[in-house]
Design a protein around this ligand. Structure first.
Ligand code: GRF
Length: 229
């Protein structure tokens, strides 16, 4: 069966792009990457594309509209059927978002709709949440909004700094993005308003507690007293 043709937009490191490249290197994976576009010529992700023998190009970003027009033309020429944003760091032209509506996905390192925008890991630490994670979603005009396809929850550890939390979330991103693209490629996603139904998939039937319940199994003596109590 023909594989889904995917175009990827990046701005930098490209580790999520790499996760998609690695997934697609399996011939049974239902999607292939046909084009990588970066708004920054120095993006390391372009070299990842080159190493994998994938067509790639830098489109400098004179203005949002000019980038959108050039990227749109390149994507259409490549035959891309889905566009995946993977660390594309600029706001997209709304005409582009509309033109690719429901065929444009993004990955963001938080459990949206909390902590959209810049520095979501820093926002998570400042809020004191016990879990954060990552989200793959269809893109809508408002930044980091749109129907959610898949999420991964990641615990926040005591003493985490932004870098450690970001690394833990990034490892989950590298599992989640190939999964979400696979579900799309298999035609298993149906958008119903703001909800995405995933055919043939049941949500996990477990609650994960943080801190874990086991802490209290000795009657609580192992639980350090809260400061000030
Ligand atoms: C990732 O954390 C992604 O979720 C966010 O930007 C980062 C890009 O990292 N949108 P990389 O370029 O994929 O390594």
């Amino acid at each position: 069966m023909a594989r889904l043709r995917v175009g990827v937009l990046i701005s930098g490191r490209g580790s999520n792009l790499q996760a998609l490249i690695d997934a697609a290197s399996d011939p049974t994976y239902p999607a292939e990457i046909v084009l990588v576009v970066s708004d920054r010529p120095e993006a390391a992700g372009l070299e990842r594309a080159a190493r994998a023998g994938i067509a790639h190009r830098a489109i400098p970003h004179p203005s949002r509209a000019e980038f959108a027009a050039a990227a749109d033309a390149a994507l259409r020429q490549s035959g891309a059927e889905l566009v995946a944003l993977a660390g594309y760091m600029r706001i997209l032209d709304t005409g582009f978002v509309e033109a690719w509506r429901d065929r444009l996905v993004n990955i963001h390192p938080s459990l949206l709709p909390v902590f959209p925008g810049l520095h979501p890991q820093r926002q998570a630490l400042a809020a004191g949440v016990r879990f954060s994670g990552c989200t793959v979603h269809f893109v809508r005009a408002e930044v980091d909004t749109g129907p959610i396809i898949a999420q991964a929850a990641v615990p926040v550890h005591p003493g985490d700094d932004e870098e450690r939390l970001a690394a833990r979330i990034l490892a989950a991103e590298h599992r989640l993005y190939p999964l979400a693209v696979r579900l799309y490629a298999e035609g298993r996603l149906r958008i119903d308003g703001n909800t995405v139904m995933v055919a043939g998939s049941a949500a996990p039937d477990v609650a994960v507690l943080n801190p874990p319940e086991a802490l209290a199994s000795d009657g609580g003596s192992a639980i350090p007293r809260a400061i000030g109590s």
